[in-house]
Design a protein around this ligand. Structure first.
Ligand SMILES: [Zn+2]
Length: 181
């Protein structure tokens, strides 16, 4: 073997090979084909998971096991173990119909760091016109909490606001959804 030939390790089969170009990472057509199919399978899986995620509405309190896997990227065996250990509240609606408490699992697992695909711009479900909004003071009074709690919740749940003069407005629909649960 000439000394100037730099060997690489195939990313699929692990064997050493002499790369044809600096970009070669597979030893053979067979291995590059295998890598391609694996990549396609992963892409398809991501698409399927995204389709599941897209169907979950924001206000759902309980989610299914496939939905939890798609949302949190957590292994099925881990999920079932946590449910069995009662570390995540769940209800069992029958065989293969476990529904998991979404808030509990959200606390345990951070939402996937990278979005699977670019987020589609979602239609605004709220109006920021003053007549469709509460002021922070109105929210505090209506729901019996302090102004600072209102601000804290608005930040935590990313509720849109609008400032006009000295008043901060938040959409009634969003606030009602937040506090009427
Ligand atoms: Zn190979």
């Amino acid at each position: 073997m000439p000394m100037n030939k730099i060997q690489k390790q195939c990313e699929v089969c692990g064997l050493s090979f002499v790369p044809k170009t600096v970009d070669s990472v597979y030893c053979s057509k067979k291995c590059s084909g295998a890598a391609y199919r694996k990549k396609k399978t992963q892409e398809k899986k991501k698409e399927e998971q995204q389709a599941i995620i897209d169907k979950i509405s924001a206000d759902r309190l309980y989610i299914s096991v496939p939905e939890a896997i798609a949302l949190f990227g957590v292994a099925k065996s881990t999920l079932y173990r946590l449910v069995r250990q009662k570390r995540i509240p769940a209800i069992n609606l029958g065989t293969r119909l476990v529904r998991i408490d979404r808030a509990a699992i959200e606390e345990m697992f951070p939402i996937r760091q990278t979005p699977l695909k670019k987020e589609k711009p979602t239609a605004k479900l709220y109006s920021l016109e003053p007549q469709d909004c509460y002021t922070i003071g109105e929210i505090a009074k209506k729901f019996g909490i302090s102004d600072s709690s209102v601000y804290k919740h608005i930040r935590k749940y990313s509720i849109p606001t609008r400032q006009i003069g000295n008043y901060v407005y938040a959409p009634k629909t969003e606030i009602d959804n937040l506090y009427n649960q």
